[in-house]
Write a protein that binds this ligand. Structure first.
Ligand SMILES: [Fe+2]
Length: 546
């Protein structure tokens, strides 16, 4: 390959060239020719290829012009070693025996071009200039590729940073979504709670429902909701959900108002109280210890406006986890709904109590119409309570029994004076009139829906277990159970009280009669219960006059 004469090659400036030829004359001639061709070129000449390698190592060269055939080191080997030293070194071969084979070999070794001896100055100048130009272009391209690679690495690093930021943003978004879902679920649960308690007006039912709901949201042994009486500043009624087997019953009217203790503390301060250990806490009242003997307590006030109407108590064992903010939030999220509902139910309850008080006044007035029946209802109530205790009746039935005992003879208000205060034994017709008091009393209470059960008890309190009683001649289990209890209590007081036409029986005589008529006039279980009551207790009631 020879340089074309038609090509226009401009000189490269500031080039340093090493000429290597074992013939000193040729080396000098070529070097001189190149210096003349371009004065900006710095040209060195060397006859020993090994010494030429040392020069290449020591200095910076742009072009090697070398003979291919030399005795100590061939031009091709020299060129390969020189390229190892200078990556972008232009290689130009000088040969006197140009052949296709030597040309291919030289090109494979990295030579860019060659000049054939004998050569003219212009050809030499053009060939070296072109080779310099080519390798410098290659160097420039390599540099650009390097910069491109560096730019690519920067881009990849930027992409990695962006991906990391995207991952963080995605994570935040997921957390935010989960938080939002939890909030929506909380709102939905509160709405479900609101729907479930709407319309529940019985205080006991409502407190029990609230306790159930709280117990289902917070892990615990039991959950309790206690009514707080603001006027007395004391606890009154407690309803417990999920009680342990050995704990107190689900529904408890407190034996006495509880003016201090952890429940009142929460109610008065309006703040949650946490008891880490019931056994060692000084805040827990002795009466409260009957409900919670050991473990942990979380007490949360249930407000309505600025007043605490109830408190929620969550009970955990000492081995369980301590109560945390999450537990408090679960309960307090419900209290804004429960508070107004409890207040409404309590108002309804108070109204019913006032109605009952009015009815008791009517019943007492009816009782006082004759001189023989004064205090009767009070004593019947006391006997009935002893029977209920012996029979272990549930608290809800005891409540109904209390009202029914007080009002059982309210129908006497409808009985004519002639029959009420008849001297001596009643006539057949008068008995028929007197017997109407059971039916009249039931009818009197019938319009009051909340006293529906009490009305049926009053109607049945003169029925006989064997079906010979009045007004409906019901028998056995047909008669309301609490009516059978009042039947025994009523008969005991009637037998032990004097009447215009007879003397009072002694307590023993009356009890003997009840035992004898058990299963006939009297319910066997109620009769057995009164017979098992200590005689002192009965005598005390009989003597009290009430
Ligand atoms: Fe009666």
């Amino acid at each position: 390959m020879t340089a074309s004469s038609s090509e226009v090659v401009r000189s490269e400036v500031e080039a340093r060239i090493l000429v290597v030829d074992d013939e000193p004359e040729v080396a000098s001639l070529v070097a001189e020719a190149l210096r003349e061709a371009d004065p900006s070129w710095q040209v060195d000449a060397e006859t020993d290829p090994i010494a030429a390698l040392d020069r290449l190592t020591e200095g910076t060269f742009d072009c090697l012009v070398t003979d291919l055939v030399m005795p100590s080191l061939g031009g091709i080997d020299l060129a390969q070693k020189a390229r190892a030293i200078h990556e972008h070194l232009a290689l130009v071969a000088i040969t006197g025996r140009a052949s296709l084979e030597s040309s291919i070999k030289a090109m494979r070794a990295g030579f860019s071009d060659f000049v054939q001896k004998p050569f003219d100055l212009e050809t030499l100048h053009r060939t070296v200039s072109r080779c310099l130009h080519q390798v410098r272009q290659q160097a420039e391209v390599s540099k650009q590729i390097e910069q491109l690679t560096l730019g690519n690495a920067t881009l990849e690093a930027a992409q990695a940073q962006l991906r990391e930021k995207l991952d963080i943003a995605s994570h935040d978004l997921v957390l935010s979504s989960k938080r939002m879902i939890r909030q929506i679920e909380d709102v939905a649960q509160v709405a479900a709670v609101a729907r479930s308690i709407v319309g529940v007006v019985e205080v006991e039912d409502l407190l029990g429902l609230c306790a159930e709901i709280i117990g289902s949201r917070v892990a615990c042994l039991s959950s309790t909701v206690g009514l707080h009486e603001t006027q007395q500043n004391a606890g009154a009624l407690m309803v417990r959900a999920h009680p342990a087997e050995d704990e107190s019953p689900t529904l408890s009217w407190l034996p006495a108002p509880m003016p201090s203790g952890v429940l009142c503390r929460a109610a008065m301060t309006g703040k949650c109280v946490h008891i880490e250990n019931i056994a060692t806490s000084r805040l827990v009242h002795a009466q409260e210890r009957q409900f919670w003997r050991d473990g942990r307590l979380l007490v949360v006030p249930i407000p309505c406006g600025k007043t605490t109407v109830a408190v929620a108590v969550v009970h955990r064992a000492l081995d369980d986890n301590d109560f945390g903010m999450r537990d408090v939030k679960h309960v307090t999220a419900l209290t804004p709904i429960m508070g107004p509902a409890i207040r409404t139910a309590r108002l309804y309850y108070r109204q019913r109590c006032q109605v009952c008080s009015c009815l008791e006044a009517v019943a007492e007035a009816a009782e006082n119409r004759d001189g023989y029946r004064k205090g009767h209802s009070g004593r019947v109530l006391a006997y009935a309570m002893l029977i209920a205790k012996t029979m272990e009746l549930p608290p809800v039935q005891v409540g109904a029994l209390q009202i029914a005992a007080r009002l059982h003879d309210i129908g006497w208000v409808a009985i004519p004076e002639a029959a009420v205060n008849h001297p001596g034994a009643l006539t057949r017709d008068q008995w028929a009139i007197v017997r109407r008091h059971a039916d009249a009393g039931a009818s009197f209470l019938e319009p009051l829906e909340f006293l529906g059960e009490v009305s049926q008890i009053i109607r049945g309190h003169h029925e006989s277990y064997d079906g010979t009683g009045y007004p409906d001649r019901k028998a056995g289990e047909e008669i309301p159970p609490l009516a059978r209890v009042i039947g025994v209590a009523d008969a005991l007081d009637a037998m032990t009280s004097p009447r215009p036409h007879r003397q009072a029986l002694s307590l023993d005589e009356a009890l003997e009669q009840i035992g004898r008529l058990s299963g006939e006039q009297f319910d066997p279980r109620a009769a057995e219960a009164i017979l098992n009551v200590p005689a002192d207790s009965l005598a005390e009631i009989q003597a009290s006059g009430r």
